[in-house]
Design a protein around this ligand. Structure first.
Ligand SMILES: [Zn+2]
Length: 283
């Protein structure tokens, strides 16, 4: 797996960080571009989760010798189930048999993973089945949902997953003007301080809005850095040019650390205050 793009490398680093800090969540939605190119990266993450020899990604990349990894590569590992759409839909029956399959304790390890490809093809009835799964996760069972476009995935599912992205859309031409305005405030928190209440109250009215907004901000920042690493210009985001890349990376880290906290039953106002002060500290 040579020549990883900036966004792909970031995905690997981030999943590695999840494993090393022992912060594995029970459900992920991974947004990716091309399945044939990026599914191997998802499998790498799965191997980190299921490989008993996993220490870090550098060794895991080459783990073809352990039994688990070999079976994962051959797509016959019993504690990894992969669900794909039958025709245009993921059917309720497919999820019920997954449930059946995972009802008894694993004979191999402590963790089991299921992957649902094309999560946007979950219809309301199959989504309901999976929701119960996501709401009352069983110890050691990790869900990984994949999609090309998170906006086509039902909101009820989206809100229960931590979102990761391997989507490299270098074409940032059609970003919402609201995001840009919001980002201009974020990267210049001294302005934000003046408008703080106004911006946060009007823009980030609730948890779900905040999640969407910050996810997009993160994505724009990542793609901006990706474009910059290719030494290309992006007029639309030129307001970021004056800011050091390390500062932008800190913003990304803050978003990555704070967004997952929104899935818990937290006090949203306190959370807003916290993420705001972290942004201010970076400058
Ligand atoms: Zn292994």
């Amino acid at each position: 797996m040579n020549d990883l793009t900036y966004v792909q490398q970031r995905f690997i680093n981030y999943t590695e960080k999840i494993m090393q800090s022992n912060k594995l969540s029970h459900s992920y939605l991974i947004e990716l571009g091309d399945y044939s190119l990026e599914f191997p990266l998802v499998l790498l993450f799965v191997k980190m989760i299921l490989c008993p020899k996993y220490i870090n990604v550098a060794t895991n990349l080459n783990c073809h010798y352990c039994n688990n990894c070999r079976l994962i590569d051959q797509n016959v590992f019993p504690d990894l189930q992969i669900i794909e759409a039958e025709g245009n839909q993921i059917k309720k029956g497919q999820l019920l048999s997954l449930k059946d399959e995972y009802q008894n304790k694993s004979l191999i390890g402590q963790r089991r993973v299921y992957i649902i490809k094309n999560a946007e093809k979950l219809n309301p009835s199959s989504a309901n089945t999976i929701l119960k799964f996501l709401e009352e996760p069983e110890e050691g069972i990790i869900a990984i949902l994949l999609t090309n476009n998170r906006y086509q995935v039902l909101d009820t599912i989206l809100s229960r997953c931590q979102i990761l992205s391997i989507l490299d859309d270098s074409d940032l031409g059609d970003i919402d003007e609201n995001i840009i305005t919001f980002m201009k405030y974020l990267v210049h928190p001294e302005d934000l301080f003046v408008y703080y209440k106004k911006i946060f109250d009007s823009t980030l009215s609730d948890k779900e809005v905040a999640k969407k907004m910050f996810f997009l901000v993160e994505k724009v920042l990542v793609n901006y850095l990706s474009i910059k690493s290719k030494e290309k210009e992006n007029d639309y985001l030129s307001f970021l040019d004056s800011i050091d890349s390390n500062v932008l990376l800190s913003y990304i880290t803050i978003i990555e650390e704070e967004i997952p906290k929104l899935v818990y039953n937290i006090n949203y106002k306190l959370w807003l205050n916290c993420i705001y002060s972290r942004f201010v500290e970076v400058r």
